[in-house]
Ligand binder design. Structure first.
Ligand SMILES: [Mn+2]
Length: 349
């Protein structure tokens, strides 16, 4: 596996000089974050990112994400122009050494949590989604500002988007995903880039918005839409793991054996009795996921793709972007290193 770390570029409070000190760290996962979805990324931004990483002994070879515009997901008349820009971005990323491009196909909201700084008994804080806090919220009626939701939309725009996705429905979203893949995958193949779709987070409908990248049956369907080694998964254990019906280690084993996992996000969540969930420390004992079984599934299937510690808690007084502090993600990386070393050595015996 290739150990990687997400970095938000020069505005990130964590310097690359610190990231390189994490044992075994290899790759930087980043993107051009100041260009709107549907537009082309300046080459200078990619060149700068490549150079900064190189100066710090790191490789910029994973992009997270090239965002898919709502027009592409909804299939509006702007779709083809946005897809042309999307393909151009893949070509440009490849030109600067990128091998893996992550994206998601979630309507309107990238992820849903109700609180970003929920204190645990040990004084650390993390992101949580509590149904109790969601109860009674109706984005069609109320002004809702959940953490993490794109604040560039007005409340009226959010209502319009939700109505449009209601019309489109799940099958419409599948059709638009197929159209997207038919356009983008041949370009990715040509450039030697693996496209890695991130599962929906959480993997079930919120506010009636369709969600399709949610479970084994749907991941199978997604991979069949374009049967190419360039059409891969970004298997996020914490996202899929929010649904107790997903057997995450079994899914990892199956898709890794098929060679269709390009990127793995390793993090742990605790599912609560009412289906709410809390992000927890990476250790198996801290959450609902067996991280050892997940890593074992990867090593036994010869996984050679990218891995990163996903969201961490805030610990040791650190402040910053929720889920993206240095300390707990570095602890996560050390734990992941340990699991891989143990599993790889056991497999050699
Ligand atoms: Mn993830």
């Amino acid at each position: 596996m290739k150990l990687s770390f997400r970095w938000y570029g020069e505005s990130d409070s964590i310097p690359l000089q610190y990231i390189r000190q994490i044992p075994g760290m290899r790759s930087i996962v980043s993107a051009v974050y100041d260009v709107a979805p549907g537009e082309v990324w300046p080459e200078e931004s990619l060149a700068r990112m490549q150079q900064l990483c190189e100066e710090n002994g790191l490789v910029f070879d994973v992009v997270e994400s090239i965002p898919v515009s709502e027009d592409i997901k909804l299939g509006t008349d702007k779709r083809d122009a946005h897809l042309a820009a999307y393909c151009e971005n893949i070509r440009r990323c490849a030109k600067y050494g990128v091998k893996c491009v992550t994206y998601n196909f979630m309507p309107v909201f990238d992820w849903t949590r109700t609180q970003l700084d929920k204190p645990a008994a040990d004084g650390s804080t993390s992101l949580v989604m509590y149904w109790e806090q969601m109860k009674g919220l109706d984005p069609l009626k109320d002004d809702i500002h959940l953490p993490g939701w794109d604040s560039s939309y007005t409340q009226a725009e959010v209502r319009e988007l939700i109505a449009a996705y209601g019309q489109l429905g799940e099958e419409g979203l599948w059709r638009n995903l197929e159209y997207f893949l038919q356009t983008v995958i041949p370009v990715a193949e040509e450039c030697g880039v693996q496209m890695a779709i991130h599962p929906d987070d959480p993997p079930y409908p919120i506010f009636g918005l369709p969600r399709i990248i949610t479970c084994e049956e749907n991941l199978d369907r997604m991979l069949h839409l374009a049967d190419s080694p360039a059409n891969c998964l970004c298997l996020c254990t914490g996202s899929l793991g929010c649904a107790a019906s997903n057997d995450v280690p079994a899914m990892v084993r199956k898709y890794s054996a098929m060679g269709r996992i390009a990127f793995v996000h390793l993090r742990n969540v605790k599912i609560l009795p009412d289906g709410s969930f809390e992000e927890r420390a990476h250790l198996s004992g801290c959450g609902s996921l067996d991280m050892y079984e997940i890593v074992k599934a990867l090593t036994e299937t010869g996984f050679e793709g990218y891995v990163r510690p996903d969201h961490g808690r805030m610990i040791w007084g650190e402040t910053g972007k929720p889920g993206y502090g240095l300390f707990d993600r570095a602890l996560g990386a050390a734990y992941i290193n340990g699991l891989f070393e143990a599993c790889e050595k056991a497999a050699q015996k």
